[in-house]
Write a protein of this length. Structure first.
Length: 143
């Protein structure tokens, strides 16, 4: 099969995959978790805020997420870190942050597999930012 083709898969055991879920070979399974560190480019007219909830769209899945922590903010024009900015990210700024999802999602680190290592954040049917996953965070639970 190739990208864009519809296929059917017959398995020995019955498996029901919800919309947006992936079926993968165990040897190439993505990570599964509720928290990860990411870099994001913010395009929303309102600031991204620590503690705010958004819709995470990753591959074909959509799940509610919260901005757990803003680790650093970079001015995209000067590429300089914005000093003391760990509460909000303004339009056109880049940030490194921790996102926590309502339920576990499948993902990869962007450097390893780009397709499942990138995402967008949305609210009210509007794309507000795009990002890449840097690493999984082990210690947070789902919201």
């Amino acid at each position: 099969a190739a990208v864009g083709e519809s296929i059917g898969v017959t398995l020995d055991d019955p498996v029901f995959a919800e919309r947006g879920e992936m079926i993968v070979h165990a040897a190439s399974a993505p990570q599964l978790g509720t928290s990860f560190v990411a870099n994001i480019f913010w395009m929303g007219s309102e600031h991204l805020e620590r503690g705010a909830k958004y819709t995470l769209k990753i591959t074909t899945e959509e799940v509610e997420c919260i901005v757990e922590s803003i680790l650093k903010v970079v001015n995209s024009s000067t590429l300089e870190e914005v000093a003391g900015s760990t509460k909000v990210v303004a339009k056109n700024e880049v940030a490194e942050l921790i996102l926590r999802t309502k339920k576990p999602v499948a993902f990869d680190v962007f450097d390893e597999i780009t397709t499942t290592g990138r995402f967008v954040l949305a609210a009210k049917q509007q794309i507000l930012g795009g990002g890449i996953i840097l690493k999984k965070v082990e210690h947070f639970s789902a919201i």
